[in-house]
Design a protein around this ligand. Structure first.
Ligand code: ADP
Length: 496
């Protein structure tokens, strides 16, 4: 195993060497109050960057700037022009890909290999994909019954959009929200998570370099309670697109009620990973471990509940335990690290609280549960597997957002479906079997926005992503993703 951390490239070193300002109206500014906040390396707990702390005045200024840019030409601009800018931005991110991988690995702790393989290419892919929709968001002609009337629809950009994103895939979620908003002609205020503001700010520099007009994209880092809440409540904002916890999603809805702004939400999950007895156990063991331990389990689509048929339960759990124990846990910047630290002390405490809750309710930890030796300075936790789990326990019901797998057995299909759907969430589900008609049958019975059959974490910017039930409102990505940043206008013409 390599013990040499990936050296920071020069652009990253210089980016981190000074307090990072926020972006309003094409200008990089400090907060009016001069306030800043620190961002910590979760592998050590040490401060490694300082960022301007946006508050209500900055949100007000950013919203005003986004409004001017919207009214000043962006909303009416040619789709081909916006497509060009989005493609140029994608090219720039590609040129600077390693900077984004390093910034996100440092900021949220994720393995740099994952950031290089998934986060950054996915961000680029979203800008390229949605550049295509900039010229294709069209209306319809409706065959109305009234004689002599023409009725057609047009799609118009919704207006000024507040984008509030979480810390687990920082540059990726910035792209997932910015790309459809910008392609449809909206202007935005982006509030990155306070734990991971850096890649969004670097992205802001490239947005300027790509040639986006001033004010089209404003970026205001700050706390959720102050900057996030001010954005969600702002009367000048027409829509909020949020990714994060279900708990904060509820606050966003309440804050948005003032001016009835549109809201789209991508919230928590508690995905069942369903194993039928005919599945290839070796493949499934790899996939089950990856589905939960990928990104330290800090993913809304993590395969948190292993729903395995009783006939192969013992054998599969033994294999998953072997894989969990073999995962290389370490700082994200070590090239061989497979699982990094949790994002913060608070998140570590939260996950450890779930370990205590599981144990106190009678579940049994069969691997992990502790802090890995030699890594005490950071927020590391061993990959953990719980057995003897009852479906009603908190660890089987609530989103843990950490590397903790709960195992539940089942013996008949109705029992399986009941257990699979037995949470308030409905984001994703996985089914492993060689019997494809059974897989399709089960897919139809899953209350989930995405069902993966013999795969996990399959994504594409063209495929809709979003949740049933308390996992969200609306769909991101794909045509639906772009359309949710538009209003539909119905125009009637009397031809008589
Ligand atoms: P946590 O960090 O506790 O896990 P989330 O993951 O839901 O919370 O946070 C996602 C995003 O929501 C972050 O950008 C955060 O700053 C923001 N946020 C937190 N609280 C609020 C709030 N009350 N209003 C608006 N945004 C918020």
């Amino acid at each position: 195993m390599s013990t040499e951390a990936t050296p920071l490239i020069e652009n990253v070193e210089s980016f981190l060497s000074e307090p990072r300002p926020l972006l309003i109206d094409g200008q990089w500014k400090t907060a009016r109050s001069g306030a800043t906040f620190s961002t910590l390396d979760p592998a050590t707990g040490e401060v490694f960057a300082t960022v301007a702390d946006g508050g209500k005045p900055e949100i007000d200024a950013a919203v005003a700037s986004a409004r001017r840019a919207f009214d000043g030409g962006w909303a009416q601009s040619a789709g081909a022009y916006r497509a060009d800018l989005l493609n140029r931005l994608a090219d720039l991110i590609e040129t600077h890909a390693e900077e984004f991988a390093q910034l996100d690995s440092l900021d949220c702790g994720k393995p740099i290999s994952l950031a290089r393989l998934a986060d950054v290419p996915t961000a680029i892919g979203h800008f390229r994909y949605f550049s295509g929709w900039a010229t294709k968001l069209s209306g319809e002609t409706i065959p109305v019954s009234a004689p002599g009337f023409l009725n057609y629809t047009v799609r118009e950009p919704i207006g000024v959009v507040g984008l509030i994103i979480p810390w687990n895939f920082p540059v990726m979620f910035a792209a997932v929200k910015l790309a459809p908003a910008l392609c449809s002609g909206c202007t935005v205020v982006l509030k990155p998570a306070e734990q991971t503001p850096l890649s969004a700010l670097r992205l802001g520099e490239l947005i300027q370099e790509a040639g986006f007009p001033d004010g089209v994209v404003n970026i205001v880092p700050g706390s959720g309670e102050i900057a996030g809440a001010a954005l969600a409540a702002h009367p000048g904002v027409d829509k909020i697109a949020f990714t994060g916890s279900t708990e904060v999603g509820r606050k966003i809805i309440a804050a948005a009620a003032g001016n009835l702004k549109k809201v789209s939400l991508e919230l928590g999950g508690k995905a069942p990973n369903i194993i039928l007895p005919d599945a290839d156990l070796d493949t499934v063991a790899d996939a089950a471990a990856d589905a939960i331990f990928f990104n330290q389990g800090e993913a809304c689509c993590a395969g948190t509940r292993l729903l395995v048929h009783e006939s192969c339960r013992r054998e599969l759990v033994e294999e998953v335990i072997k894989r969990a124990a073999a995962i290389k846990v370490g700082p994200g910047l070590l090239p061989d690290t497979q699982m990094g630290p949790l994002v913060s002390e608070e998140q570590l405490a939260r996950v450890q609280g779930y370990l205590e809750s599981g144990l106190s309710q009678g579940a049994r930890i069969v691997t992990g549960g502790g802090r890995p030796a030699g890594l005490e300075g950071g927020y590391f936790l061993e990959p953990t597997v719980f057995e003897d789990v009852e479906a009603s326990m908190a660890i089987a019901q609530e989103e843990i957002f950490g590397p903790v797998l709960t195992v539940l057995g089942w013996s008949d299909l109705d029992d399986l479906v009941r257990k699979a759907n037995d949470t308030v969430y409905g984001l994703a589900a996985g089914i492993w079997t060689k019997d494809l008609s059974r897989a399709h049958n089960l897919a139809a019975r899953m209350k989930a926005g995405t069902v993966w059959i013999n795969c996990w974490n399959a994504f594409d910017p063209g495929s809709p992503w979003g949740g049933y039930r308390q996992s969200g409102w609306g769909r991101e990505t794909g045509r639906l993703g772009a359309e949710q940043y538009t209003e539909v206008k119905s125009v009637w013409v009397n031809l008589n």
